[in-house]
Design a protein around this ligand. Sequence first.
Ligand code: GDP
Length: 305
Amino acid sequence: MFATLSDRLTSTFKNLRTRGRLSEADIDATVREIRRALLDADVAVPVVREFTAAVRERALSAEVSEALNPAQQVVKIVNEELVSILGGDQARGLTFAKTAPTVIMLAGLQGAGKTTLAGKLAKHLKDQGHTPLLVAADLQRPNAVTQLKVVGERAGATVYAPHPGVAGEDEVPTGDPVAVAVGGVATARSRQHDVVIIDTAGRLGVDAELMAQAREIREATQPDEVLFVIDAMIGQDAVATASAFLEGVDFTGVVMSKLDGDARGGAALSVARVTGRPILFASTGEKLEDFEPFHPDRMASRILD
Ligand code: GDP
């Protein structure tokens, strides 16, 4: 992840003089290289434009520290601007409801990593002493319910899932994802689960039916967090997909999945800025442990390492 971008930026900085002042031409040449590196890493064009303009302006301005040589100053500025487009200094944790249960809804395209994330999130929350309930409201994809049961079992979390034909207290509505989601929240309340994680259906591409269903689930369950899960490998499609979900469902935070892949990293660098929603977590593999809170400053250091 970010390996190419990281290499390109590092070699750009290597070419900078370490003594004296940088001329405007030096700065322009550097900014051009940074622009090319970001575009090649699939960062969205408006984000690249904003980023390079900020770096250029700051590098040209007098806000230079005597303690740093010109190359170090440019690295410092690029680092700060990277932190800024990734969402600022602080990792933003989950927002919990004042009155339990906290409802977390997952949304995103099919294959983005929602079901896997549900298990990771459940484990993460359990490790912190919470008692999450996983709700299988993805009734679209054959196997999604079974897959959620598997990750739930691995995470040691209870799964609320449709099981047709069983009457009585445990009967779960089948066929209707909205009813399943609502039933899940009610069950969490009555069984004292303090967090509910609702897995929803995705499609291969954005479509109106998917958006309408996700919006209905959102309206019916009033989640405290709607996490938009996006595959880091999606490249230039990141902005269009994220914008469609923002408009169609709205979300409170982003989870970048598959950050372990050899994607060029553009999605991570574009989505937070373009949507104005923070990246809360990074998913870095198929195992439940491959998951971490997202720290913009650490990610920027990784890029500039
Ligand atoms: P969903 O359709 O959004 O529920 O996506 P899934 O959770 O089923 O994930 C789709 C595929 O991506 C599965 O094969 C997962 O094992 C895999 N996957 C999910 N998250 C990650 C990740 O962070 N890294 C990698 N390498 N694979 C992942």
